[in-house]
Write a protein that binds this ligand. Structure first.
Ligand code: HEC
Length: 437
């Protein structure tokens, strides 16, 4: 009964919020994901990449090596296929281990499509998050001490920050841009939460180090303390376009080099995309249980698709270049169509990607969205890509982008419904919405 009341309340809240904001950006109230009947987040076992690795460790199929300097990190990067080149460094005190983080000892983050690893030199544990297909973001700590069989401990209390408004109200991932003082203490009056591909460059990366080229575009990375921010007003480019962070701290404390601008941009797109996927998954399950249909989620679906198709992406006004190793690794993960195209091909001239449809459409988490919603999403997406959907929301996507994305998906996404493969529809798309006037 309590659950029912909460669901009705949540649904009512949704309807009210919809009047003011027409997508998840406004609907960030917490989904009741810990109620037993539907999601049961904290009690359900996870089944994502960390559980799989733990299973292999326990069965003796994998043996992690403890490095005297970096602990489990190098071995974990290998075992989970997370590139060292994805290294990003954050010095704002935004973690459970805040006392270890300073501008001279930043927290390092590394990630691939479904695992995020946090490492602070000298701290007792690593902080890890994973994208679980059913549960959304799942959190763990791993003690940084030599052990025969290291054990990841699930840490549900991380959701005080990782499962509230800043993560779309579901267990998930977040990136903040926040000013700090000289020791990394945050100044909440100077915060921009949360950072996604929609956030203007000039608002990004407060509290982070940033390496890479970005031309005339300014950002708030590499600024430590009030003086740096005052100086930033006068000389906004003084700490931009850095290739090295040696002026700030001893870089040898980390296995990678720098704090890559491209990795940061990917993280910001991806973390929030994961949150959207989780939110739609949870809301669908709750709606199906309460009403037996998903019709009340229409605006959420539109918001989801706009994010998936980068329709509100902040355009680049100068080319961006990051760590070539990261760019190469990222693009090499495929899949590719017979013409060699992939949703992971970077543009980095005027926007992030050449073909603006999130590569997370290939993720296990996307496929784990309940069938009733996944089918609906694929139908809407097909209508958009073939030009049948003429709504304002997607009007900006060019006919060429639609055609390319449609062709890439047909060639690379298994289990698409049959209507995706009808050549007649694909050739309609070649004409595109512009040609149908
Ligand atoms: C006080 C709030 C807070 C708590 C509690 C917290 N985090 Fe975070 N976490 C953050 C913020 C903020 C970021 C984004 C980095 C930034 O902008 O500083 C982050 C980022 C991360 C990331 C990078 C990718 C992602 O998932 O967003 C990992 C991994 C992570 N945290 C793990 C954990 C784990 C594990 C715990 C619990 C043991 C935890 N965090 C508890 C605030 C918190």
């Amino acid at each position: 009964m309590r659950l029912f009341c909460q669901i009705v309340f949540a649904a009512a809240a949704l309807l009210t919020l919809r009047a003011g904001a027409d997508d998840f950006q406004g609907s960030t109230h917490k989904v009741p994901y810990d109620e037993e009947e539907v999601i049961d987040y904290s009690r359900q076992p996870a089944s994502g990449p960390i559980e799989k690795l733990q299973g292999r460790i326990d069965r003796g199929e994998v043996k992690l090596k403890f490095d005297p300097k970096f602990g489990w990190l190098p071995s974990l990067l290998d075992a989970l296929n997370v590139p060292k080149s994805s290294q990003m460094l954050v010095f704002s005190k935004t973690s459970l281990q805040r006392q270890f983080i300073t501008p001279q000892n930043p927290r390092a983050l590394y990630f691939n499509d479904d695992v995020y690893l946090g490492f602070i030199p000298g701290a007792p544990v690593m902080e890890v998050s994973a994208a679980d297909p059913k549960l959304g973001g799942v959190f763990y700590t791993l003690a940084l001490e030599a052990d025969e069989k290291p054990k990841f401990l699930r840490a549900n209390d991380c959701t005080t920050c990782h499962g509230a408004a800043k993560t779309l109200g579901v267990p998930g991932h977040l990136v903040r841009s926040i000013a700090t003082d000289e020791v990394g203490e945050i100044d909440q009056s100077n915060e921009i939460s949360y950072i996604t591909h929609r956030t203007p460059f000039a608002d990004r990366w407060g509290g982070w180090y940033v390496t890479g080229q970005h031309g005339e575009q300014v950002h708030r990375g590499n600024l430590i303390g009030a003086k740096a921010f005052i100086n930033f007003e006068k000389e906004p480019r003084a700490k931009g376009n850095l290739t090295d962070l040696g002026q700030f701290f001893d870089q040898g404390k980390y296995p990678g080099h720098g704090s890559d601008i491209v990795a940061l941009m990917v993280l910001e797109h991806q973390g929030q995309m994961h949150n959207y996927i989780t939110r739609l998954n949870f809301e669908t399950r709750i709606m199906m249980r309460t009403y037996g249909h998903i019709r009340y989620l229409r605006t959420q679906v539109a918001g989801f698709l706009r994010y998936l198709l980068y329709t509100e992406e902040e355009p680049l006004t100068a080319p961006v270049a990051g760590n070539p190793g990261y760019v190469k690794w990222f693009a090499a993960q495929g899949p590719r169509d017979p013409q060699g195209r992939s949703l992971r091909d970077f543009d980095l001239q005027t926007r992030m990607f050449k073909y603006p449809c999130s590569y997370l459409i290939h993720s296990e988490a996307f496929d784990a969205i309940p069938a009733v919603m996944r089918d609906h999403l694929l139908r809407r997406l097909h209508d958009i890509l073939t030009g049948k959907d003429t709504s304002e929301d997607f009007a900006k996507i060019s006919a060429e982008d639609r055609k390319n994305i449609l062709e890439i998906l047909v060639a690379t996404k298994p289990n698409l419904p049959d209507y995706w493969k009808t050549p007649k529809l694909a050739s309609d798309a070649k004409a595109g919405p512009d040609a149908r006037e």
